[in-house]
Design a protein around this ligand. Structure first.
Ligand code: NAP
Length: 252
């Protein structure tokens, strides 16, 4: 095991469960000395802290509220750290019926998935070291069209777009900005956000066997390893990209 992130410091929004939690685990395994993980729910953050140990520090914080994002900044400053990496990963996935979608549904998805990513990075980038890097969690659906997901899909297209522009905006500071686009990944979002019941989850797994070249859905650890690679020096000339991690689903 290479200590590619020895003594590094990272923030991971949405680090309590799923992909964000796995990124935190992987960073600590690779030598990170401090990993700030955020989320709205104290209980799941506490459970994550138990598993990750003392290198993790949990912050109850909603990315859609600017004062909560400022709170993350304040805590890092209090600890006296600067950041090597920012993972703007927090997001929700909710279905919306086109024709009956309410402004509240629109705002919920865009406030978290788009405004949340924007202000997380804008607020924390002053703490990011020159030559540091940023990884945004998009999705393969940002390039796809499918029923009942127009809000979620558009929000992820915006995330991918941020990576392009910010790679230019942060050029002088030699900060790399990349996005990851996971495919179908087994995390709590499937039940909590997409409201899939057990039968629908089984159907999704069967669909993946036939439609995905890798013949299965992903585990969050597989997405995390790719995200952590992007944040490492091994990816030093990779900038502004969309890194697709989907078992080949969107490539064929
Ligand atoms: N699973 C997939 O198939 C898949 C595929 C492509 C992309 N993604 C993306 O991957 C990211 C992580 O999702 P996941 O699949 O790992 O699902 P997850 O397990 O539900 O993780 C989502 C994380 O974001 C946090 N979160 C949600 N809303 C938040 C807010 N307003 N402020 C702060 N934290 C918030 C959640 O905690 P709280 O709910 O407690 O706030 C949780 O820690 C998301 O951006 C998602 O869109 C997932």
């Amino acid at each position: 095991m290479t200590m590619s992130h020895l003594d590094q410091v990272a923030v991971i929004t949405g680090g309590s469960t799923g992909i964000g939690f796995s990124i935190a685990e992987e960073l600590i395994r690779k030598g990170a000395k401090r990993v700030y993980i955020t989320g709205r729910t104290e209980k799941t953050l506490n459970e994550a802290q138990e598993k990750l140990g003392e290198k993790a520090l949990t912050i109850v914080s909603d990315v859609s509220k600017l004062s909560d994002v400022e709170k993350i900044k304040g805590i890092i400053e209090e600890e006296g750290y600067s950041l090597d990496m920012i993972f703007a990963n927090a997001g929700i996935a909710e279905k919306n019926t086109f024709g009956q979608t309410t402004p509240e549904e629109f705002d919920r998805t865009f406030n978290i998935n788009v405004k949340g990513v924007f202000f997380t990075v804008q607020t924390l980038m002053g703490l990011l070291k020159n030559e540091g890097n940023i990884v945004l969690t998009g999705s393969i659906v940002g390039n796809k069209g499918m029923p009942n997901l127009s809000l979620y899909n558009a929000s992820k297209a915006a995330v991918r777009s941020f990576a392009r522009s910010w790679a230019s905006d942060l050029k002088e500071r030699k900060i790399r900005v990349n996005s990851i686009s996971p495919g179908m990944t087994y995390t709590p979002i499937m039940k909590n956000g997409l409201k899939m019941d057990d039968a629908e989850l089984t159907a999704l797994k069967e669909f993946a066997v036939s439609a995905v070249p890798a013949a299965r859905i992903a585990a969050p650890e597989e997405i995390a390893r790719a995200a952590v690679f992007l944040s490492s020096r091994d990816a030093s000339y990779i900038n502004g990209i969309e890194f697709t991690i989907d078992g080949g689903y969107s490539q064929i």
